[in-house]
Design a binder for this molecule. Structure first.
Ligand code: IPD
Length: 264
């Protein structure tokens, strides 16, 4: 088995190269390729080009591994390792010229289904900010060379983040969830990039994060960052179309779960 630290190094190298390509393409001018399921669900030419670059590098360097990407789907491998990739997480921000987008690259064991996988290496790169978050199973989480740790819950309230589904039919439910959680919050953010939200929980810039309906590529890397920074990440309602993901330090995680587990 390849050491997790060399998988982390590869994830970081690829995420950095892919992020620089995304940044340059944005500077060249923005091309909307298509609206997908709803107005908020879009893909740009850059999403496709960046994913193609990541896939080509992994095919060249790890030909026996599986792959699951937001734009080009999946391919089975034989090594037991699968790469789960979001080429641009925060595509709407990217399209509007906002800096909060990232490249998310994770290596997982146990297949691409998040109900059975075990993330082992991760990188999230935010090219506009020039920030690279990395983690390897059992080795910790890092921003550059600074080791990360989640916050302990602050008694006066937590800084939380969330996101909303693409489908307008889900918005009422998401807003009910927000109303249930607000008594715990100092304030609430919606950055538009789940991978960055999770990276920020790992870095202690946010106390906690919750969102329904995330796709595997949105959270594969970020989930490892949070757990390697000492936090807890859980998903429930996994049989539904919109599982709930909660990520925070243990005490806050227990409080959020205590509220949301009761359902809407
Ligand atoms: C989206 C972002 C957003 C989250 C959505 C995701 P995309 O990913 O992570 O923050 O709220 O649920 O789908 O489409 O920009 O890769």
């Amino acid at each position: 088995m390849t050491p997790v630290l060399s998988l982390q190094e590869l994830a970081a190298d690829i995420a950095r190269e892919a992020g620089e390509l995304a940044r340059l393409r944005r500077a060249d001018g923005f091309l909307l390729a298509a609206t997908k399921s709803t107005l908020a669900d879009i893909v740009t030419e850059a999403d496709r080009e960046v994913e193609a670059l990541i896939r080509a590098r992994l095919d060249a360097e790890r030909p026996d591994d599986g792959f699951l990407g937001e734009e080009s789907g999946g391919g089975e491998g034989t090594s037991g390792v699968t790469w789960v990739v979001d080429p641009i997480d925060g595509t709407v921000n990217y399209a509007y010229g906002m800096p909060a987008y990232s490249v998310s690259v994770a290596a997982v064991e146990g297949g691409a289904d998040p109900n059975s996988w075990r993330p082992i290496a991760a990188a999230v790169y935010a090219p506009v900010m020039g920030e690279l978050f990395t983690a390897a199973r059992g080795e910790g989480a890092w921003l550059g060379d600074v080791r990360l740790a989640v916050t302990d819950e602050t008694p006066a309230g937590a800084l939380l983040a969330t996101g909303f589904g693409y489908d307008p039919a889900t918005h009422d439910g998401d807003l009910v969830t927000v109303r249930q959680i607000m008594p715990l919050a100092r304030d609430l953010r919606r950055s538009g990039s789940a991978a960055l939200d999770l990276s920020y929980v790992a870095a202690g810039r946010l106390d906690g994060y919750f969102e329904r309906g995330l796709k595997p590529w949105d959270f594969a890397a970020g989930a490892l960052l949070v757990s390697e920074a000492g936090g807890v990440v859980t998903r429930f309602d996994t049989a539904s179309a919109r599982p709930m993901l909660i990520a925070a330090g243990a005490p806050l995680h227990a409080r959020i779960s205590g509220i949301l587990d009761k359902g809407i």
